[in-house]
Design a protein around this ligand. Structure first.
Ligand SMILES: Nc1ncnc2c1ncn2[C@@H]1O[C@H](COP(=O)(O)OP(=O)(O)OP(=O)(O)O)[C@@H](O)[C@H]1O
Ligand SMILES: [Mg+2]
Length: 421
Protein backbone atom coordinates (compact mmCIF):
# COMPACT_ATOMS: atom_id res chain seq x y z
CA UNK A 1 0.00 0.00 0.00
CA UNK A 2 1.43 3.40 -0.85
CA UNK A 3 2.23 5.59 2.11
CA UNK A 4 -0.15 8.40 2.90
CA UNK A 5 1.19 11.89 3.61
CA UNK A 6 2.73 11.96 7.07
CA UNK A 7 -0.04 14.11 8.56
CA UNK A 8 -2.63 11.59 7.48
CA UNK A 9 -0.92 8.37 8.55
CA UNK A 10 -3.28 6.33 10.67
CA UNK A 11 -1.41 5.69 13.84
CA UNK A 12 -2.50 2.57 15.62
CA UNK A 13 -3.92 4.57 18.51
CA UNK A 14 -6.08 6.79 16.32
CA UNK A 15 -7.29 3.92 14.19
CA UNK A 16 -8.13 1.73 17.14
CA UNK A 17 -10.14 4.41 18.89
CA UNK A 18 -12.04 5.25 15.75
CA UNK A 19 -12.73 1.68 14.80
CA UNK A 20 -13.96 0.99 18.31
CA UNK A 21 -16.27 3.95 17.91
CA UNK A 22 -17.38 2.66 14.53
CA UNK A 23 -17.96 -0.79 15.94
CA UNK A 24 -20.27 0.65 18.55
CA UNK A 25 -21.99 2.83 16.00
CA UNK A 26 -22.47 -0.13 13.67
CA UNK A 27 -24.37 -1.67 16.61
CA UNK A 28 -23.34 -5.19 15.87
CA UNK A 29 -24.04 -4.96 12.16
CA UNK A 30 -20.42 -5.41 11.24
CA UNK A 31 -18.59 -8.32 12.74
CA UNK A 32 -15.60 -7.17 10.78
CA UNK A 33 -15.42 -3.90 12.66
CA UNK A 34 -15.63 -5.86 15.90
CA UNK A 35 -12.94 -8.24 14.72
CA UNK A 36 -10.70 -5.34 13.93
CA UNK A 37 -11.46 -3.42 17.06
CA UNK A 38 -9.69 -5.87 19.33
CA UNK A 39 -6.27 -6.12 17.67
CA UNK A 40 -6.26 -2.42 16.93
CA UNK A 41 -7.25 -1.58 20.47
CA UNK A 42 -4.34 -3.69 21.64
CA UNK A 43 -2.03 -1.86 19.26
CA UNK A 44 -3.43 1.48 20.29
CA UNK A 45 -3.27 0.57 23.95
CA UNK A 46 0.38 -0.33 23.56
CA UNK A 47 1.06 2.93 21.77
CA UNK A 48 -0.58 4.94 24.54
CA UNK A 49 1.17 2.87 27.20
CA UNK A 50 4.47 3.56 25.45
CA UNK A 51 3.74 7.30 25.55
CA UNK A 52 2.71 7.41 29.19
CA UNK A 53 5.86 5.56 30.22
CA UNK A 54 8.02 8.30 28.86
CA UNK A 55 7.69 7.80 25.17
CA UNK A 56 10.58 6.60 23.13
CA UNK A 57 12.47 4.34 25.43
CA UNK A 58 14.84 2.42 23.17
CA UNK A 59 14.59 -0.88 25.10
CA UNK A 60 10.81 -0.98 24.81
CA UNK A 61 10.88 0.08 21.15
CA UNK A 62 13.35 -2.64 20.24
CA UNK A 63 10.88 -5.26 21.41
CA UNK A 64 7.82 -3.46 20.06
CA UNK A 65 6.57 -4.33 16.58
CA UNK A 66 6.29 -1.56 14.00
CA UNK A 67 2.77 -0.43 14.87
CA UNK A 68 1.96 1.74 11.82
CA UNK A 69 3.17 -1.08 9.59
CA UNK A 70 0.97 -3.58 11.41
CA UNK A 71 -2.02 -1.25 11.23
CA UNK A 72 -1.35 -0.81 7.52
CA UNK A 73 -1.05 -4.57 7.00
CA UNK A 74 -4.29 -5.09 8.90
CA UNK A 75 -6.04 -2.49 6.78
CA UNK A 76 -4.71 -4.10 3.61
CA UNK A 77 -6.05 -7.47 4.70
CA UNK A 78 -9.57 -6.32 5.54
CA UNK A 79 -11.70 -8.10 2.94
CA UNK A 80 -14.23 -5.24 2.78
CA UNK A 81 -13.46 -1.90 1.16
CA UNK A 82 -12.30 0.80 3.60
CA UNK A 83 -11.59 4.37 2.45
CA UNK A 84 -10.33 7.38 4.42
CA UNK A 85 -11.02 10.86 3.04
CA UNK A 86 -10.29 14.32 4.33
CA UNK A 87 -12.93 16.99 4.89
CA UNK A 88 -12.87 17.93 1.20
CA UNK A 89 -13.63 14.27 0.36
CA UNK A 90 -10.14 13.77 -1.09
CA UNK A 91 -8.85 10.23 -0.70
CA UNK A 92 -6.14 9.89 1.95
CA UNK A 93 -6.01 6.13 2.25
CA UNK A 94 -7.78 3.10 0.79
CA UNK A 95 -7.25 -0.60 1.24
CA UNK A 96 -6.85 -3.08 -1.61
CA UNK A 97 -10.50 -4.21 -1.41
CA UNK A 98 -11.55 -0.59 -2.03
CA UNK A 99 -9.18 -0.26 -4.96
CA UNK A 100 -10.41 -3.54 -6.43
CA UNK A 101 -14.01 -2.32 -6.20
CA UNK A 102 -13.26 1.20 -7.49
CA UNK A 103 -10.48 1.00 -10.11
CA UNK A 104 -10.45 4.81 -10.53
CA UNK A 105 -9.75 5.39 -6.85
CA UNK A 106 -6.48 7.34 -6.43
CA UNK A 107 -4.80 8.83 -3.40
CA UNK A 108 -5.02 12.64 -3.24
CA UNK A 109 -7.83 12.65 -5.82
CA UNK A 110 -11.45 13.50 -4.95
CA UNK A 111 -13.48 10.45 -4.02
CA UNK A 112 -16.20 11.57 -6.46
CA UNK A 113 -13.85 10.73 -9.39
CA UNK A 114 -14.09 7.07 -8.46
CA UNK A 115 -17.37 6.74 -6.61
CA UNK A 116 -20.31 8.34 -8.37
CA UNK A 117 -22.78 8.06 -5.57
CA UNK A 118 -24.48 11.30 -4.50
CA UNK A 119 -25.87 9.65 -1.35
CA UNK A 120 -22.39 8.71 -0.18
CA UNK A 121 -20.92 12.15 -0.95
CA UNK A 122 -23.86 13.87 0.78
CA UNK A 123 -23.34 11.45 3.68
CA UNK A 124 -19.73 12.58 4.08
CA UNK A 125 -20.85 16.23 4.24
CA UNK A 126 -23.52 15.38 6.78
CA UNK A 127 -21.10 13.47 8.99
CA UNK A 128 -18.72 16.42 8.94
CA UNK A 129 -21.56 18.81 9.75
CA UNK A 130 -23.18 16.84 12.56
CA UNK A 131 -20.32 14.68 13.79
CA UNK A 132 -22.78 11.75 13.96
CA UNK A 133 -22.09 8.57 12.00
CA UNK A 134 -24.55 7.33 9.40
CA UNK A 135 -25.24 4.49 6.97
CA UNK A 136 -26.24 4.73 3.34
CA UNK A 137 -26.39 2.46 0.30
CA UNK A 138 -24.18 2.20 -2.74
CA UNK A 139 -25.21 0.01 -5.68
CA UNK A 140 -23.30 -0.94 -8.84
CA UNK A 141 -24.75 -2.36 -12.04
CA UNK A 142 -21.56 -2.90 -14.03
CA UNK A 143 -19.82 -5.35 -14.37
CA UNK A 144 -22.27 -7.12 -12.03
CA UNK A 145 -25.11 -5.95 -9.84
CA UNK A 146 -23.80 -5.44 -6.34
CA UNK A 147 -25.10 -3.58 -3.32
CA UNK A 148 -23.11 -2.20 -0.41
CA UNK A 149 -24.02 -0.68 2.89
CA UNK A 150 -21.69 2.27 3.46
CA UNK A 151 -20.95 3.20 7.04
CA UNK A 152 -19.61 6.75 7.25
CA UNK A 153 -18.01 8.07 10.41
CA UNK A 154 -15.78 10.92 11.45
CA UNK A 155 -12.26 10.09 12.64
CA UNK A 156 -10.54 12.50 15.00
CA UNK A 157 -7.15 13.76 13.89
CA UNK A 158 -4.52 11.09 14.34
CA UNK A 159 -2.64 13.12 16.91
CA UNK A 160 -5.85 14.08 18.71
CA UNK A 161 -5.06 17.82 18.50
CA UNK A 162 -7.97 19.80 19.94
CA UNK A 163 -9.70 21.79 17.23
CA UNK A 164 -8.14 19.67 14.46
CA UNK A 165 -10.23 18.86 11.43
CA UNK A 166 -11.59 15.31 11.42
CA UNK A 167 -11.20 12.94 8.52
CA UNK A 168 -13.99 10.66 7.41
CA UNK A 169 -13.87 6.90 7.15
CA UNK A 170 -16.07 4.89 4.79
CA UNK A 171 -16.59 1.22 5.46
CA UNK A 172 -18.41 -0.71 2.71
CA UNK A 173 -20.18 -3.97 3.56
CA UNK A 174 -21.17 -6.18 0.64
CA UNK A 175 -24.89 -6.93 0.85
CA UNK A 176 -25.05 -8.80 -2.47
CA UNK A 177 -25.12 -12.35 -1.13
CA UNK A 178 -27.38 -11.41 1.81
CA UNK A 179 -29.82 -9.88 -0.68
CA UNK A 180 -29.62 -12.93 -2.93
CA UNK A 181 -30.38 -15.18 0.06
CA UNK A 182 -33.29 -12.96 1.02
CA UNK A 183 -34.66 -13.16 -2.54
CA UNK A 184 -34.32 -16.95 -2.41
CA UNK A 185 -36.17 -17.06 0.89
CA UNK A 186 -39.00 -14.95 -0.47
CA UNK A 187 -39.17 -17.13 -3.61
CA UNK A 188 -39.18 -20.24 -1.48
CA UNK A 189 -42.12 -19.09 0.65
CA UNK A 190 -44.01 -18.00 -2.48
CA UNK A 191 -43.35 -21.33 -4.22
CA UNK A 192 -44.23 -23.45 -1.19
CA UNK A 193 -47.49 -21.55 -0.67
CA UNK A 194 -48.35 -21.84 -4.34
CA UNK A 195 -47.66 -25.58 -4.36
CA UNK A 196 -49.90 -26.05 -1.32
CA UNK A 197 -52.62 -23.74 -2.56
CA UNK A 198 -53.14 -25.61 -5.86
CA UNK A 199 -54.26 -28.94 -4.34
CA UNK A 200 -56.07 -27.10 -1.56
CA UNK A 201 -58.14 -25.12 -4.07
CA UNK A 202 -59.01 -28.34 -5.87
CA UNK A 203 -60.03 -30.01 -2.58
CA UNK A 204 -62.26 -27.08 -1.63
CA UNK A 205 -63.86 -27.12 -5.11
CA UNK A 206 -64.73 -30.80 -4.81
CA UNK A 207 -66.04 -30.42 -1.26
CA UNK A 208 -68.38 -27.63 -2.43
CA UNK A 209 -69.55 -29.71 -5.40
CA UNK A 210 -70.22 -32.67 -3.13
CA UNK A 211 -72.15 -30.47 -0.71
CA UNK A 212 -74.14 -28.89 -3.56
CA UNK A 213 -74.92 -30.14 -7.07
CA UNK A 214 -73.41 -33.64 -6.65
CA UNK A 215 -74.96 -34.24 -3.23
CA UNK A 216 -77.02 -37.20 -4.38
CA UNK A 217 -74.81 -38.43 -7.21
CA UNK A 218 -73.20 -41.64 -5.91
CA UNK A 219 -71.01 -42.11 -8.98
CA UNK A 220 -69.65 -38.57 -8.94
CA UNK A 221 -69.00 -38.89 -5.21
CA UNK A 222 -66.74 -41.92 -5.70
CA UNK A 223 -64.83 -40.23 -8.50
CA UNK A 224 -64.42 -36.95 -6.64
CA UNK A 225 -63.33 -38.66 -3.44
CA UNK A 226 -60.61 -40.49 -5.38
CA UNK A 227 -59.34 -37.17 -6.81
CA UNK A 228 -59.53 -35.56 -3.37
CA UNK A 229 -57.47 -38.39 -1.93
CA UNK A 230 -54.78 -37.88 -4.62
CA UNK A 231 -54.66 -34.14 -3.88
CA UNK A 232 -54.46 -34.70 -0.12
CA UNK A 233 -51.64 -37.21 -0.66
CA UNK A 234 -49.83 -34.65 -2.80
CA UNK A 235 -50.03 -32.09 -0.01
CA UNK A 236 -48.79 -34.66 2.50
CA UNK A 237 -45.87 -35.52 0.22
CA UNK A 238 -44.98 -31.86 -0.22
CA UNK A 239 -44.95 -31.29 3.52
CA UNK A 240 -42.91 -34.47 4.09
CA UNK A 241 -40.38 -33.34 1.47
CA UNK A 242 -40.14 -29.85 2.98
CA UNK A 243 -39.58 -31.35 6.41
CA UNK A 244 -36.88 -33.75 5.18
CA UNK A 245 -35.16 -30.90 3.39
CA UNK A 246 -35.02 -28.77 6.53
CA UNK A 247 -33.93 -31.78 8.63
CA UNK A 248 -31.08 -32.51 6.22
CA UNK A 249 -30.07 -28.84 6.10
CA UNK A 250 -29.97 -28.70 9.89
CA UNK A 251 -27.56 -31.62 9.99
CA UNK A 252 -25.63 -30.73 6.86
CA UNK A 253 -22.45 -29.92 8.78
CA UNK A 254 -22.49 -33.25 10.66
CA UNK A 255 -21.02 -35.92 8.40
CA UNK A 256 -22.40 -39.44 8.93
CA UNK A 257 -20.08 -41.92 10.61
CA UNK A 258 -21.67 -45.34 9.93
CA UNK A 259 -20.34 -47.46 7.08
CA UNK A 260 -23.02 -48.63 4.64
CA UNK A 261 -22.82 -50.62 1.41
CA UNK A 262 -24.05 -48.48 -1.49
CA UNK A 263 -24.64 -51.61 -3.59
CA UNK A 264 -27.17 -53.00 -1.10
CA UNK A 265 -28.94 -49.61 -1.01
CA UNK A 266 -29.09 -49.56 -4.82
CA UNK A 267 -30.35 -53.16 -4.89
CA UNK A 268 -33.13 -52.37 -2.38
CA UNK A 269 -34.27 -49.35 -4.39
CA UNK A 270 -34.09 -51.05 -7.77
CA UNK A 271 -36.25 -53.88 -6.38
CA UNK A 272 -38.70 -51.37 -4.88
CA UNK A 273 -38.99 -49.37 -8.12
CA UNK A 274 -39.31 -52.38 -10.43
CA UNK A 275 -43.16 -52.37 -10.35
CA UNK A 276 -43.30 -48.64 -11.26
CA UNK A 277 -40.81 -49.22 -14.09
CA UNK A 278 -42.85 -52.21 -15.28
CA UNK A 279 -46.06 -50.13 -15.32
CA UNK A 280 -44.35 -47.53 -17.50
CA UNK A 281 -42.77 -50.03 -19.83
CA UNK A 282 -39.22 -49.19 -18.71
CA UNK A 283 -36.53 -51.81 -18.16
CA UNK A 284 -34.67 -51.32 -14.87
CA UNK A 285 -31.38 -53.06 -14.13
CA UNK A 286 -28.49 -52.86 -11.64
CA UNK A 287 -24.82 -53.55 -12.36
CA UNK A 288 -22.68 -53.74 -9.25
CA UNK A 289 -19.70 -55.97 -9.91
CA UNK A 290 -16.91 -56.37 -7.35
CA UNK A 291 -18.93 -55.18 -4.36
CA UNK A 292 -19.32 -54.25 -1.59
CA UNK A 293 -19.08 -50.47 -2.08
CA UNK A 294 -18.61 -49.04 1.42
CA UNK A 295 -19.33 -45.36 2.06
CA UNK A 296 -19.79 -43.38 5.26
CA UNK A 297 -23.48 -42.66 5.22
CA UNK A 298 -26.95 -42.64 6.65
CA UNK A 299 -28.78 -45.56 5.06
CA UNK A 300 -32.24 -43.92 4.97
CA UNK A 301 -30.92 -40.70 3.46
CA UNK A 302 -28.97 -42.57 0.75
CA UNK A 303 -32.06 -44.69 0.02
CA UNK A 304 -33.98 -41.45 -0.68
CA UNK A 305 -31.17 -40.26 -2.99
CA UNK A 306 -31.22 -43.45 -5.08
CA UNK A 307 -35.04 -43.55 -4.97
CA UNK A 308 -35.35 -40.08 -6.45
CA UNK A 309 -32.75 -40.63 -9.15
CA UNK A 310 -34.24 -43.96 -10.23
CA UNK A 311 -37.79 -42.56 -10.03
CA UNK A 312 -36.78 -39.55 -12.16
CA UNK A 313 -35.11 -41.82 -14.74
CA UNK A 314 -38.22 -44.01 -14.94
CA UNK A 315 -40.74 -41.12 -14.90
CA UNK A 316 -39.07 -38.55 -17.13
CA UNK A 317 -36.60 -40.76 -19.00
CA UNK A 318 -37.72 -44.30 -19.60
CA UNK A 319 -36.51 -46.90 -22.06
CA UNK A 320 -33.70 -48.80 -20.40
CA UNK A 321 -32.74 -47.46 -16.98
CA UNK A 322 -29.38 -48.76 -15.82
CA UNK A 323 -27.99 -48.24 -12.32
CA UNK A 324 -24.23 -48.88 -12.13
CA UNK A 325 -21.73 -48.87 -9.28
CA UNK A 326 -18.03 -48.39 -9.82
CA UNK A 327 -14.83 -47.36 -8.06
CA UNK A 328 -13.27 -44.02 -8.99
CA UNK A 329 -9.54 -43.66 -8.43
CA UNK A 330 -9.64 -39.91 -7.86
CA UNK A 331 -6.14 -38.72 -7.05
CA UNK A 332 -7.23 -35.29 -5.80
CA UNK A 333 -10.09 -36.33 -3.54
CA UNK A 334 -9.04 -39.84 -2.57
CA UNK A 335 -10.76 -43.10 -3.50
CA UNK A 336 -14.43 -42.61 -4.35
CA UNK A 337 -17.46 -44.64 -5.31
CA UNK A 338 -19.74 -43.62 -8.16
CA UNK A 339 -23.38 -44.54 -8.54
CA UNK A 340 -24.64 -43.80 -12.04
CA UNK A 341 -28.28 -43.77 -13.15
CA UNK A 342 -28.63 -43.66 -16.93
CA UNK A 343 -31.77 -43.54 -19.03
CA UNK A 344 -32.26 -43.25 -22.75
CA UNK A 345 -35.27 -40.96 -22.59
CA UNK A 346 -35.85 -37.52 -24.17
CA UNK A 347 -33.04 -35.84 -22.18
CA UNK A 348 -32.94 -32.34 -20.67
CA UNK A 349 -32.17 -29.12 -22.63
CA UNK A 350 -28.81 -27.71 -21.41
CA UNK A 351 -30.22 -24.41 -20.10
CA UNK A 352 -32.20 -26.29 -17.44
CA UNK A 353 -29.40 -28.49 -16.11
CA UNK A 354 -27.72 -25.97 -13.75
CA UNK A 355 -31.08 -25.17 -12.14
CA UNK A 356 -32.40 -28.71 -11.54
CA UNK A 357 -31.27 -28.83 -7.90
CA UNK A 358 -33.12 -25.59 -7.02
CA UNK A 359 -36.18 -26.12 -4.89
CA UNK A 360 -39.37 -26.50 -6.95
CA UNK A 361 -37.50 -26.23 -10.25
CA UNK A 362 -39.02 -28.46 -12.93
CA UNK A 363 -38.41 -28.59 -16.66
CA UNK A 364 -42.05 -29.26 -17.36
CA UNK A 365 -44.13 -28.21 -14.37
CA UNK A 366 -47.39 -29.70 -15.65
CA UNK A 367 -45.85 -33.10 -16.40
CA UNK A 368 -44.07 -33.23 -13.03
CA UNK A 369 -47.25 -32.24 -11.15
CA UNK A 370 -49.28 -34.76 -13.07
CA UNK A 371 -46.83 -37.45 -11.94
CA UNK A 372 -47.16 -36.32 -8.32
CA UNK A 373 -43.76 -34.55 -8.32
CA UNK A 374 -43.04 -31.66 -5.96
CA UNK A 375 -39.82 -30.48 -7.62
CA UNK A 376 -37.95 -30.98 -4.35
CA UNK A 377 -36.38 -34.36 -5.16
CA UNK A 378 -33.05 -33.15 -6.58
CA UNK A 379 -32.79 -30.38 -3.95
CA UNK A 380 -33.00 -33.10 -1.28
CA UNK A 381 -30.42 -35.16 -3.22
CA UNK A 382 -28.03 -32.20 -3.37
CA UNK A 383 -28.25 -31.39 0.35
CA UNK A 384 -27.95 -35.05 1.32
CA UNK A 385 -24.81 -35.34 -0.79
CA UNK A 386 -23.39 -32.15 0.75
CA UNK A 387 -23.86 -33.76 4.13
CA UNK A 388 -22.16 -36.93 2.88
CA UNK A 389 -19.26 -34.90 1.38
CA UNK A 390 -20.34 -36.21 -2.01
CA UNK A 391 -21.00 -34.67 -5.42
CA UNK A 392 -23.74 -34.76 -8.03
CA UNK A 393 -23.12 -34.53 -11.79
CA UNK A 394 -25.93 -34.36 -14.35
CA UNK A 395 -25.20 -34.88 -18.03
CA UNK A 396 -27.88 -34.96 -20.65
CA UNK A 397 -28.32 -34.75 -24.37
CA UNK A 398 -31.69 -33.96 -25.88
CA UNK A 399 -32.92 -37.08 -27.63
CA UNK A 400 -30.17 -39.29 -26.20
CA UNK A 401 -31.05 -39.57 -22.50
CA UNK A 402 -29.72 -38.47 -19.16
CA UNK A 403 -26.89 -39.70 -16.92
CA UNK A 404 -26.83 -38.70 -13.27
CA UNK A 405 -23.76 -39.54 -11.21
CA UNK A 406 -23.42 -39.52 -7.46
CA UNK A 407 -19.82 -39.61 -6.24
CA UNK A 408 -19.13 -40.39 -2.60
CA UNK A 409 -15.83 -40.84 -0.78
CA UNK A 410 -15.08 -44.51 -0.18
CA UNK A 411 -15.26 -45.39 3.52
CA UNK A 412 -11.86 -46.11 5.05
CA UNK A 413 -11.20 -49.71 6.14
CA UNK A 414 -13.06 -50.67 9.35
CA UNK A 415 -10.95 -49.96 12.49
CA UNK A 416 -11.08 -53.69 13.37
CA UNK A 417 -9.73 -54.64 9.95
CA UNK A 418 -7.09 -51.92 10.13
CA UNK A 419 -6.00 -53.11 13.58
CA UNK A 420 -5.77 -56.69 12.34
CA UNK A 421 -3.49 -55.53 9.53
N1 LIG B 1 -33.81 -38.41 -15.96
C1 LIG B 1 -34.47 -37.29 -16.29
N2 LIG B 1 -34.87 -37.04 -17.56
C2 LIG B 1 -35.53 -35.90 -17.90
N3 LIG B 1 -35.85 -34.93 -17.01
C3 LIG B 1 -35.48 -35.12 -15.73
C4 LIG B 1 -34.78 -36.29 -15.29
N4 LIG B 1 -34.54 -36.17 -13.96
C5 LIG B 1 -35.07 -35.00 -13.58
N5 LIG B 1 -35.65 -34.36 -14.63
C6 LIG B 1 -36.30 -33.03 -14.59
O1 LIG B 1 -35.86 -32.39 -13.42
C7 LIG B 1 -36.99 -31.90 -12.68
C8 LIG B 1 -36.64 -31.86 -11.21
O2 LIG B 1 -36.51 -33.16 -10.67
P1 LIG B 1 -36.81 -33.37 -9.13
O3 LIG B 1 -36.53 -34.79 -8.81
O4 LIG B 1 -36.11 -32.33 -8.36
O5 LIG B 1 -38.36 -33.04 -9.00
P2 LIG B 1 -39.63 -33.89 -9.42
O6 LIG B 1 -39.22 -35.26 -9.84
O7 LIG B 1 -40.41 -33.07 -10.39
O8 LIG B 1 -40.43 -33.99 -8.07
P3 LIG B 1 -40.16 -35.04 -6.89
O9 LIG B 1 -38.76 -35.52 -7.02
O10 LIG B 1 -40.40 -34.26 -5.68
O11 LIG B 1 -41.13 -36.12 -7.14
C9 LIG B 1 -38.11 -32.84 -13.04
O12 LIG B 1 -39.35 -32.21 -12.86
C10 LIG B 1 -37.81 -33.11 -14.51
O13 LIG B 1 -38.35 -32.06 -15.28
MG1 LIG C 1 -37.91 -36.41 -8.60
Amino acid sequence: MPHAPRSAVWTAAAVSGSILALAGWASGASTLAMTLALPLAVLGGRALAGRSQGGDRPAADAAEPDRPAIAEALLANIPDPVILVDRRAVVIEANSAARALLPNLKLRHPLSFALRAPDVLDGIEEVLRTGASLKTLYATRVPTERAFEVQIGALPMPDGRPGGQPNVMLFLRDLTSARRLEAMRVDFVANASHELRTPLASLLGFIETLQGPARNDGLARERFLAIMRTQALRMTRLIDDLLSLSRIELREHVAPTATVDLASIARQMVDAQAPLAGERGAALALEAPDGPYPVLGERDELLRVVENLVENAVKYGGGTVLVTLSREPDAARGPSIALTVRDDGPGIPPEHIPRLTERFYRVDVASSRQQGGTGLGLAIVKHTLNRHRGRLAIESEVGAGTTVRVILPEAPAEPAAAAAQ
